[in-house]
Design a binder for this molecule. Structure first.
Ligand code: ATR
Length: 272
């Protein structure tokens, strides 16, 4: 019988996860089924239970169930607890659910794929919502020289800085208070969803610096165009999407897929 996986969300029709995981499975000749499951807004726990009863081995979890998934997992990884969200569930041998969050590792692996070395770098992150919280622990583990959260609402950045202070130093400032050049500026605001440019204050990119947008899009986002105008490099978050999926695949199956061909295929589909 083939292994059964799925992604839970609401809505879920737009999800690219089945394509990604089926492509990964092909790399290893694995017989794997991966479905999209739209759980009712008030029926996530029941949907997960039904899936496990059907023999599901693991699932990805996306909006709006990532926080709720924390209440379903008997065991939770430290990075998921820190993120306050689970994007990967795995049925353990004991029949229990293990919850993990691979978003931050997806970002870090994509940065490295692009040749961006977070270790020792000056990094600014725009935004202080769930997307940013989800990547802080893996980013701090890389030991950047400086990590600054520049959020419109400074108190939200300060809160994150405090919560993660045992893992490393984070400065929390208003975008207007920044006037430095950074090796890497990460856009973790939801502004890109409407192709708006988040407030950047006087932030600039260092020579050969990068603007990385956690959102992906068919065309460069307003933030990516800003990075280019600065004379810097830019990337969207499609590689992060594939990277988090690769890390989920590893959590489930202990195998590390090659993200590169899958990323090329997705990019082609996105621009078609
Ligand atoms: P998500 O879970 O996607 O991170 P969120 O928790 O609603 O969503 O957080 C969105 C983040 O984007 C917030 O940090 C928000 O700033 P505030 O904390 O000040 O609300 C930020 N954001 C959204 N639109 C923005 C914009 N146009 N410019 C700057 N920041 C923006």
């Amino acid at each position: 019988m083939s292994l059964l996986y799925c992604v839970f969300g609401h809505p879920i029709h737009h999800s690219r996860s089945p394509d990604i995981h089926l492509a990964f499975a092909r790399q290893f000749g694995l017989d794997l089924r991966y479905e999209k499951r739209e759980a009712p807004l008030d029926g996530f726990a029941e949907s997960v239970a039904a899936f496990i009863a059907e023999g599901g081995s693991g699932a990805n979890v996306t909006v709006p169930f990532k926080q709720q998934a924390l209440t379903l997992a008997g065991q939770v990884s430290d990075r998921a607890r820190r993120a306050g969200a689970i994007n990967t569930l795995k049925r353990t041998d004991a029949g229990d659910l293990y919850g993990d969050n691979t978003d931050g590792e997806g970002l870090v692996s994509d940065l490295k794929r692009l040749g961006i070395e977070p270790a020792g770098a000056n990094i600014a992150i725009l935004g202080a919502g769930g997307a940013v919280r989800g990547v802080l622990a893996p980013l701090l583990a890389q030991q950047p020289k400086r990590l600054v959260i520049a959020n419109r609402t400074v108190a939200r950045g300060e809160q994150l800085a405090q919560e993660f202070s045992d893992l490393g130093a984070i400065e929390a400032v208003a975008p207007d208070a920044l006037s430095d050049a950074f090796d890497l500026v990460i856009n973790g605001t939801s502004a890109s969803l409407s192709d708006e440019l988040p407030a950047l204050g006087n932030v600039s990119l260092a020579a050969n610096g990068w603007g990385y947008d956690m959102v992906y899009a068919a065309a460069p986002t307003a933030f990516m165009r800003w990075a280019s105008e600065q004379g810097g490099n830019s990337a969207d978050g499609l590689g992060m999407l594939v990277g988090q999926a690769a890390e989920s695949f590893y959590v489930w199956l202990g195998k590390r897929p090659d993200p590169e061909p899958v990323l090329l295929q997705l990019r082609k589909q996105l621009s078609a």
